[in-house]
Ligand binder design. Structure first.
Ligand code: COI
Length: 357
């Protein structure tokens, strides 16, 4: 296909209606969206236009059989307003890995990166200035065939739209170690960022909330003993000065913030251990006073403190006021994202007017 993106800027910006001091996560959408169609075996009709609803047939395959995947990434701005992206190439890599697992076509990496650059540049006025806030970017790939039958769709749509957001969690969270439901088993789709994984978490998360916990801490599907991740983020523990996190076993999401955090920690001299993490090890560490911190990482959550987890009807509290590593990471990432810290990993991409050329 011709890889050019047609751009139709809106004449009806909604930005004046937004209270940037009070942005609930996920509810305020910026002006434009990128759309491309997969038809006759190729991606075509790439355009950026005003964000608007579009028609979907009742027989849409994504709705019935779940061919739906997405990504989450963020744009931030330097003090002078220059928009910044962090590791955008990791997101198209993961989107395509999810696509392959869900039997969907891959999306061209270059076109994806160009679409993000142009979309963010066009809506750069929507990037919140406040540290910890950002323009959340949501790429979505869905099946578009109108037909019933469990088979891969032949047509697809890729959409990318953006939302100004504040922090996903504005206070430390509590977790319930799940002992009935599972998020993913070996060989399943746990590593794919697919809609069904999130739908499957809703009922257990509702039950956890009714019991007084903010989120679920998923355990492995076989023994319910090995910690996996939280419904909205990957998880880290600091035990006796070492940072421990579940290894990527095929059942948990390959978090890009998780990966960034591991790189940052190692470069700051911390020991990071990725392994099959038995819950007894964390409980024992709590009992013998060596459990120092628990925090989650994710695009939306960035770095979020956990103040309590529950396992087998016991609550285990951790004093977030004593946390050192989690605040260091949060500050590090926020400063990187504001262009205020040396980008020694080469993760930051600055955007300028040339992206529209
Ligand atoms: C993200 O972290 O970007 C996600 O997709 C998770 C969701 C809780 C917003």
């Amino acid at each position: 296909m011709a890889r050019s993106i047609n751009i139709y800027p809106t004449e009806n910006s909604k930005i004046s209606q937004v209270d940037f001091d009070n942005i609930p996560f996920g509810q305020v959408f910026s002006d434009h969206m990128f759309v491309a169609d997969y038809i006759d075996g190729e991606w075509q009709n790439a355009e950026i236009k005003e964000l608007a609803p579009f028609m979907v047939h009742p027989g849409n395959l994504a709705w019935h059989y779940g061919q739906s995947i997405f990504e989450g990434m963020k744009a931030t701005a330097m003090a002078d307003g220059t928009p910044l992206l962090m590791r955008p190439e990791k997101h198209i890599e993961r989107l395509n890995a999810s696509a392959s697992r869900m039997c969907m076509p891959n999306f061209p990496e270059e076109l994806f990166l160009e679409a993000i650059d142009k979309l963010v540049w066009l809506d750069r006025a929507w990037i919140p200035k406040e540290k910890g806030s950002a323009l959340y970017i949501r790429p979505l790939l869905i099946a578009m065939d109108d037909a019933l039958g469990v088979r891969p769709s032949e047509t697809y749509k890729l959409l990318i739209f953006t939302l100004p957001v504040g922090p996903y969690y504005d206070k430390p969270v509590s977790l319930l170690a799940e002992d009935t439901y599972v998020r993913a088993a070996q060989g399943g789709v746990g590593e794919a960022k697919t809609a069904g994984n999130y739908a499957a978490s809703l009922q257990p998360a509702k039950i956890a909330k009714e019991k007084g916990y903010d989120q679920i801490m998923w355990m492995d599907a076989k023994e319910f003993k090995y910690i996996q991740e939280v419904g909205t983020m990957n998880i880290f523990f600091v035990i006796d000065g070492k940072v421990v996190t579940p290894r990527l076993s095929g059942t948990i999401l390959k978090g890009i913030t998780r990966d960034s955090v591991i790189h940052i920690l190692k470069s700051e001299g911390y020991e990071v251990i990725e392994k099959d993490l038995h819950i007894d090890e964390v409980v024992d560490a709590h009992k013998n006073g060596t459990l120092q911190e628990i925090f989650g990482t994710g695009t939306a959550a960035v770095v979020a403190n956990v103040h309590k987890f529950a396992y087998e009807n016991h609550d285990y509290d951790v004093d977030v006021d004593t946390y050192k590593i989690s605040p260091l990471l949060k500050k590090y990432i926020e400063e990187l994202r504001a262009g205020e810290r040396e980008d020694k990993f080469g993760w930051i991409k600055m955007l300028g007017a040339e992206v529209l050329a």
